[in-house]
Design a binder for this molecule. Sequence first.
Ligand code: ITT
Length: 200
Amino acid sequence: TRVVLATRNEGKIVELRRILAEADQKTELVGLDEFPEIGEVAETGLTFAENALLKAHAIASASGLPAIADDSGLCVDALNGMPGVFSARWSGSHGDDATNLSLLLAQISDVPEGRRGAHFACAAAIALPSGEERVVEGTLAGSVIFAPRGTNGFGYDPIFVPEGEGRTTAEMQPGEKDAISHRGRAFRALVPVIRNLLDS
Ligand code: ITT
């Protein structure tokens, strides 16, 4: 089955293609670049699930194909769960990972070790042109360190260390991150849901 991958975030595209290739041999992923006429989807939701569904529905109806979307972010305890759904635009410029990361570090620079808890969250959604929808979520608990380390991954990976790990997710091998990540968990859970929906 052909399914559109409803994201323009390069870091996500790489991870999603990898995670889904491993978990699901039946779905052929079509990139949004095959639909240059489709514009940006406004992310007006207040939750990851809401935004993932917004994106999946918009792309499914514009493309006429089933669409899967990811809405994700980093929720920092010391910031009452922010940046959360605002993670991609925390500094004001959408998708500027380096600036977003620097701003976040500055905002919690005086928060001591032991109070720097955080989690990554990911909502994985599928919508059909008919309007049918499903959404599942995954999280990864950990903490935010004081200075970036590592070059793998994207976004806030250089400053996030998962619980029980010494390395940041940017210092882990891609497969190691996928095995525990919010995105890996959410999309591996979505695969049987996709099959159920498309085969029914
Ligand atoms: P699309 O809407 O096109 O999918 P986007 O970048 O706008 O792309 P989101 O609103 O879901 O997507 O923002 C996700 C942001 O959360 C992303 O830009 C990163 O800053 C952060 N993030 C999500 N997952 C992450 C991960 O696995 N590692 C590091 N940062 C992550």
